[in-house]
Design a protein around this ligand. Structure first.
Ligand SMILES: NC(=O)C1=CN([C@@H]2O[C@H](COP(=O)(O)OP(=O)(O)OC[C@H]3O[C@@H](n4cnc5c(N)ncnc54)[C@H](O)[C@@H]3O)[C@@H](O)[C@H]2O)[C@@H](O)CC1
Ligand SMILES: Nc1ncnc2c1ncn2[C@@H]1O[C@H](COP(=O)(O)OP(=O)(O)O)[C@@H](O)[C@H]1O
Ligand SMILES: [K+]
Length: 486
């Protein structure tokens, strides 16, 4: 059993793949073995999460997820805890493994009740796992609401009930005021839905137990990339070794966004950074960051540069795009550049033809920008973030970075998409996206592969927010841009 952190590199498997792995694992072991191992693992983690607990409320559902709960109840009872089980199901219709575990819980003198206990120190959510076919209803909803509001730790078995393990869509809203600490112990595979969309809020800290079944040949659905290697510079390197970045953006009134991207590219290690502003009346120098070379965004030669295009671009970016799309050696497209491309099929064709010419492009949409590019609603993008990122990558021949909680990075081709585990809501402030675009630009300019450049920059950007002290002033985009790579 191990705890998943942002440093963890691991494969993720959707429900269909997990089912195949589960069937193969079950076939290789004596009956009931997997559930016994799962229940024991839940009991062990419960004791670690709440060693002081006396009463543990275990909410069990109608399938094998409930079976894991019965098994954990039996184990906890044998260790002197007072588990109280509420069961939302029919004992006669339980699958065989779960039925056997129900009997073991009864034999261990576990208390069964109709209602949750009045006082308890830990809840185990064993209502629904990967077999959930529809959102929870009836008494399950009541119990889940009680858990959310209890303030006591919740340990979700395999998957938080109501969470789609493939997409991270949760059937209910968890209030931002809820102070309930959450852990999730997931079995056999790590599932993508635990790490994106609502998955992070619903699952809390994720623990993984392979139940002794670590060998299988199933291809992954997605990956956690883990901590990137620290950047190294050879002694004899020079500024040309790290490439040129040109930020194209900063329409009248929006120079700040372009300067933020430029500052981020500079601090992320680019050899030289130009900022091509689209505001003819812009000042000739940024005195706060004099290393940035300010130029006219419409005329800057991009043929040997990595362009970062769109930050604060406004409507002026439209006129600059045909030249940027055809000439930039490598390209990061953000914000208004993406909105302009979404509205113009000729620009879309120019974007697609970049890949055919071997000119790499990374796009960095947030969900609404992704929705515009795909012709969907933002809610459709959020309903399946992995699928949306893959579609963007394939349709435009790019590396797509779909931002938000659990940023997804997908490439056109066979590579599994990556879900990034760094970052938090401290980044939910204006300008942090411009900073990310600049950081990716610097990584591309240093000749990293576009997919690697995007994954590493997204990781580092989020890591700054993760390590930002809780008692420090809020993390602004300007401060974020000035952090050196880790
Ligand atoms: N079979 C095995 O080898 C193992 C199974 N394990 C556990 O088994 C779980 C999967 O078990 P199941 O396939 O039985 O699936 P679940 O226990 O997730 O749920 C399936 C049951 O819930 C019902 N159901 C689905 N959605 C519902 C809803 N919204 N309201 C009410 N009832 C609903 C279904 O009709 C079915 O009876 C895993 O998540 C994991 O916890 C683990 O013990 C590991 C080993
Ligand atoms: N709750 C969150 N968890 C993780 N990352 C977040 C969260 N909110 C915002 N971010 C990150 O912050 C950045 C915001 O980018 P964007 O929406 O383009 O903002 P802006 O245009 O103001 O710069 C993205 O990298 C996004 O992934
Ligand atoms: K569950």
């Amino acid at each position: 059993m191990y705890r998943v952190t942002s440093a963890t590199a691991a494969d993720l498997f959707d429900i269909t793949a997990t089912r195949r792995i589960e069937r193969a694992a079950a076939a290789a072991l004596p009956a009931h073995t997997l559930m016994q191992r799962a229940g024991l693992a839940v009991a062990r983690l419960a004791m670690a999460v709440a060693p002081h607990a006396r009463t543990v409320w275990i909410a069990c559902g109608p399938g094998n997820n409930g079976g894991d709960g019965f098994e954990a109840a039996a184990q906890l009872r044998q260790r002197g805890f007072m588990p109280v089980v509420t069961f939302a199901g029919d004992a006669d219709r339980l699958p065989p493994d779960a039925k056997a575990s129900l009997q073991r819980a009864r034999d261990a003198q576990v208390i069964f009740a109709q209602e949750p206990p009045t006082d308890y120190e830990l809840t185990i959510d064993a209502l629904l796992g990967i077999g959930a076919t529809r959102p929870p209803e009836g008494v399950m909803v009541e119990w889940l609401q009680e858990m959310d509001a209890s303030g006591q730790p919740v340990l979700s078995v395999d998957v938080p009930s109501g969470l789609n393990a493939d997409t991270g869509v949760l059937s209910r809203r968890i209030s931002a005021d809820a102070r309930t600490p959450r852990v999730c112990l997931t079995f056999l595979t790590l599932k993508p839905g635990l790490f994106t969309a609502n998955g992070r809020d619903a699952a809390g800290t994720v623990w993984f137990d392979d139940l002794g079944c670590d060998k299988h040949a199933e291809p992954p659905t997605a990956r956690l990339a883990g901590r990137p290697k620290a950047p190294r510079r050879t002694h004899a390197s020079h500024k040309g070794s790290y490439g040129d970045v040109a930020v194209i953006g900063g329409a009248p009134g929006m120079a700040g966004a372009a300067l933020l991207a430029g500052s981020a590219a500079l601090h992320a290690g680019a050899g030289r950074v130009f900022v091509g502003l689209l505001d003819p009346s812009a000042a000739p120098v940024d005195t706060a960051q004099p290393e940035l070379m300010l130029r006219d965004g419409h005329t800057l030669d991009l043929s040997d540069m990595t362009a970062v295009c769109g930050c604060g671009g406004g409507t002026a970016i439209r006129a600059a795009l045909p030249r940027v799309l055809t000439t930039a050696a490598a390209l990061v497209l953000d914000a208004d550049a993406l909105n302009a491309i979404a509205a113009d099929s000729a620009l879309q064709m120019q974007l697609v033809s970049r890949a055919q010419r071997g000119q790499p492009t990374v796009i960095t949409p947030h969900p609404l920008e992704a929705a515009r590019l795909l012709g969907y609603a933002a809610s459709d993008v959020q309903a399946d973030r992995l699928a949306a990122a893959r579609q963007l990558a394939t349709r435009f021949g790019v590396v797509a970075v779909l931002k938000g909680s659990g940023t997804v990075i997908a490439a056109d081709g066979d590579a599994s998409p990556v879900i990034n585990l760094t970052g938090n809501a401290k980044l939910a402030t204006a300008g942090t996206g411009d900073v990310l675009a600049g950081m990716i630009g610097a990584a591309l300019a240093a000749k990293q592969s576009p997919f690697e450049a995007a994954c590493e920059a997204v990781w580092r950007h989020g890591h700054v927010a993760d390590t930002w002290p809780a008692d420090a002033a809020p993390l602004t985009a300007g401060t974020l841009a000035r952090q050196a790579p880790v």
